[in-house]
Design a protein around this ligand. Structure first.
Ligand SMILES: [Fe+2]
Ligand SMILES: [Fe+2]
Length: 222
């Protein structure tokens, strides 16, 4: 361990990011099935999916190396919603991937903003220079991929079939994303991560701004 103090908050926040990267990978599995006969799209989406699993592995390696291990703490939404929801979503995305692209577009926009700010925060963190550099390099590399994912998701939103129900479902997913990422005092299920985010310098207001911004941009694509 290279840290002087507060290592747990960086570990906790980066672990949460790692988990989100893994969820993105899972969401893309049924979408790939939908496009299995369209080689060009299939390979673009496969590259995207592989990037997400690579991001999860990069963060896992970083956490193991710098902090001993990731903090794997399941939140309320993980336990109650994600497990059940992911299954349902998979079945739907296999037939209509449009809402998945809308959701991932928002998640990618959010990620770039959040990771960029985390790189800014890490400069002043009370962590060793080695750990700071590792975090900065890992997040910078991930951001590069996420930028290309934003472009791909925008193209896929235009290209894929947009049904009435698909649009409705997209609104529902963005609402879920907002609830899941909600950092208000009332979001008791996020109390732990809110505390750690605050420790590393992210206010509730700033986190809410990232989510609102990404949803707003995604809504313009529907
Ligand atoms: Fe990613
Ligand atoms: Fe991504």
């Amino acid at each position: 361990m290279h840290t002087k103090e507060k290592p747990n908050s960086w570990n906790r926040v980066l672990s949460s990011i790692m988990k989100t990267e893994g969820t993105e990978d899972l969401l893309l599995t049924p979408v790939l099935e939908y496009y299995r006969d369209d080689q060009k799209i299939y390979h673009s989406l496969l590259r995207h999916k592989n990037d997400e699993s690579k991001h999860e592995a990069m963060l896992s390696n970083l956490l193991k190396k710098e902090f001993g291990s990731p903090v794997l703490k399941a939140t309320f939404t993980d336990k109650v919603l994600y497990k059940k929801l992911l299954n349902t979503l998979s079945q739907y995305f296999r037939k209509n991937p449009y809402p998945c692209f809308i959701l991932l577009y928002a998640v990618e926009v959010y990620s770039v903003k959040f990771y960029q700010s985390a790189i800014d925060r890490v400069k002043n963190a009370t962590l060793s220079e080695t750990t700071k550099n590792e975090i900065t390099n890992t997040l910078s590399e991930i951001i590069e991929d996420e930028r290309s994912h934003i472009k791909l998701m925008a193209e896929m939103i235009k290209y894929s079939n947009k049904s009435f129900f698909g649009v409705l479902f997209s609104y529902g997913l963005l609402a879920f994303f907002k609830i899941d990422m909600c950092m208000s005092k009332l979001a008791l299920y996020n109390r732990d991560i809110q505390w750690h985010l605050n420790e590393i310098g992210f206010s509730r207001k700033e986190m809410a701004a990232f989510v609102n911004h990404s949803i707003k941009i995604s809504l313009t694509k529907i």
